[in-house]
Design a binder for this molecule. Structure first.
Ligand code: SF4
Length: 349
């Protein structure tokens, strides 16, 4: 467990949305259910899961764009829920967001200067226009764009350049935490790596903590010190990234890895032979009882459909919410043994 200062603590967060009406009753979608996470200064936490698992709702709650129905969020030790409007505005200096879509997240009527200077204006930082121009020029250089571009409009830039502008705006206030919601998924593959590497270098240069949300496991593995896996609104496994990718202990994580050939082709091919993830995730309007994954899990037993699993510590800082982590881990151990054996021509026992 890291000894670094905790900059973001979310505890038992839940959020539902009204999905419609059935007769006289309201139908609600459970987007995030009882999620707890901790982020330390300067570290990066990756959050992965299929689309619709609640990642974006979680991100929006963390930065204050959605109000949780239940739970508590602390940024820099301050309870966000107990702050009045002015306190929340001040706190927004500490946590900022990079959005998924660089085409819609920037106001098309504002110049690059106005876009990046806006947070400085709101927080009354560098009141003089000349100082602000200097700061915007500096921020553009930090994201590898020319200061000469500050009088242009967003439509004059490529997707990758727009995302760099969004990042410059997000770091303008030198936040402690940057929440990145699928920041490269709308970009061409050719520029994804550049933006990911930019985020990584800004993180180490400025000491910012990253919450990096993505569905691409290879990207998360590259960026994150720790990784958390979400399924149908629940956090099902969290561990140091190297540990999670080599010793996944929740059947859903194992299935995700087996479906991601770029992570480790040899191992995942073996896993894929055994771990087939049937069907689509169930509807969050009426999530399964007990473990939410039981309708798709090949290790499910009767307890899984009746009792919600608690987190089990499976080693160090590695937690998994499963009744049968022993069986899941022995399955992975078998896969590793098989891969080792086939790599050595069957000489390994
Ligand atoms: Fe599968 Fe049961 Fe574990 Fe859920 S609790 S992941 S259904 S084995």
């Amino acid at each position: 467990m890291s000894n670094a200062e905790v900059v973001l603590q979310a505890t038992n967060l839940s959020k539902t949305f009204l999905a419609g009406r059935a007769g006289l009753s309201r139908v609600r979608v459970s987007a995030v259910d009882d999620v707890t996470l901790t982020v330390h200064r300067g570290e990066s936490l990756g959050i992965v899961g299929e689309s619709g698992c609640g990642k974006t709702t979680l991100a929006r709650m963390l930065v204050g764009l959605e109000k949780p129905d239940a739970g508590r969020i602390e940024v820099g030790g301050k309870d966000v829920g107990s702050l009045r409007a002015a306190g929340r505005r001040a706190l927004s200096r500490d946590i900022q967001m990079v959005f998924q879509d660089p085409y819609t997240s920037l106001n098309p009527r504002l110049t690059v200067f106005d876009l990046i200077a806006e947070p400085l204006t709101v927080h009354r930082i560098q009141a003089k226009q000349s100082a602000r121009r200097e700061r915007v020029a500096e921020l553009l250089e930090m994201v590898n764009l020319s200061p000469d571009m500050m009088s242009r409009f967003p439509h004059q830039f490529s997707g990758g350049q727009r995302q760099r502008i969004g990042i410059a705006r997000a770091i303008a206030l030198e936040p402690r935490v940057l929440v990145c919601d699928e920041p490269v998924s709308a970009l061409d593959v050719s520029v994804q790596a550049q933006v990911v590497n930019l985020l990584r270098s800004l993180q180490s240069r400025l000491g910012i903590a990253l919450v990096f949300i993505a569905h691409d496991l290879a990207v998360v593995r590259h960026v994150s010190d720790r990784t958390a896996v979400m399924y149908l609104g629940k956090m099902v496994e969290t561990a140091a990234t190297a540990d999670l990718f080599t010793q996944p202990s929740h059947p859903y994580t194992q299935a995700l890895l087996s479906a991601s050939p770029q992570v480790d082709r040899r191992r995942t091919r073996k896993m894929a032979q055994r771990i087939m993830l049937p069907g689509d995730p169930p509807s969050p309007i009426n999530p399964p009882t007990g473990c939410r994954f039981h309708t798709r899990c090949h290790l499910a037993t009767s307890i899984c459909s009746s009792d919600q699993p608690e987190y089990v510590e499976v080693g160090g800082d590695h937690l998994a919410a499963c009744h049968h982590t022993d069986r899941a881990r022995s399955q992975i151990a078998q896969v590793v043994e098989d891969v080792t054996s086939s790599a050595t021509g069957g000489s390994s026992t």
